[in-house]
Design a protein around this ligand. Structure first.
Ligand code: ADP
Ligand code: MG
Length: 214
């Protein structure tokens, strides 16, 4: 199976080859076409199975190919549990948008707030952050989600373990539901709360639940 057979532009296939990534993993093969078709997605697969590209590739393709709904607000917001995980998503996103007009910024706890405000004022297409700091920016109105097209919750089980359910709901409620596609990724379903949260955040999601645990 090739990445281009999943509906992705050939440029991604070539770019990934340079990273030594030649074939989609199982979660990528299922999630990418579903995401490109515009469905909400509830996906679970074990750690190391390639969930980051499963949501980043359709997100980047959407921003690249479709007209923006808003000139000002971010088009894609990715929420990740920890600074380390958010940094990994950010690095992979930067690789995918290198050499294009697309821009990304990160809003992580423990880093200078005002520098993040300045970066957000430049209207990046992608914002990647941790739940607490994203909600701080929403409260300070330095981040607006009315024009958001894609909202992605990465490692949702971990975010719930860390007690971020209130922040996830706050982020969800600030984004316009008419314009928006939502995806939730989790490594496990051990936590009953993962399915309850998925139900609250997603609209008629396509479920992609792969067996195997961590
Ligand atoms: P997860 O979020 O499911 O734990 P990651 O997205 O962090 O997994 O990916 C784990 C590792 O696998 C990363 O180093 C990533 O670059 C690599 N990887 C992702 N997709 C592929 C692929 N299709 N083929 C080979 N390696 C891949
Ligand atoms: Mg991950």
């Amino acid at each position: 199976m090739r990445f281009s057979e999943l509906g992705l532009d050939l440029r991604f296939e070539k770019q990934l080859q340079h990273q030594g990534i030649n074939e989609p993993t199982e979660i990528q093969a299922h999630a990418i076409p579903t995401a490109l078709a515009g469905h909400d997605v509830f996906a679970q697969s074990k750690t190391g199975s390639g969930k980051t590209l499963a949501f980043l590739l359709p997100a980047v393709q959407r921003v690249m190919k479709q007209k923006a709904l808003s000139k000002r607000d971010p088009r894609v917001l990715i929420v990740a549990p920890t600074r380390e995980l958010a940094n990994q998503v950010f690095s992979q996103c930067r690789l995918l948008i290198a050499g294009t007009a697309m821009t990304a910024t990160k809003v992580l706890g423990g880093e200078n707030f005002n520098d993040q405000v300045k970066a957000l004022r430049k209207n990046p297409h992608f914002v990647i952050g941790t739940p607490g700091r994203i909600t701080d920016h929403l409260e300070q109105q330095s981040l607006h989600l009315a024009g958001l097209e894609l909202l992605i919750f990465d490692e949702a089980d971990r975010m719930l373990d860390l007690g971020f359910d209130k922040q996830l709901n706050a982020i969800n409620s600030q984004a316009d539901h008419r314009l928006r596609q939502t995806m939730l990724f989790s490594a496990t379903l051990e936590h009953a709360q993962v399915e309850i949260t998925a139900k609250a955040l997603l609209k008629s999601p396509k479920k992609i639940l792969l067996s195997g645990s961590n």
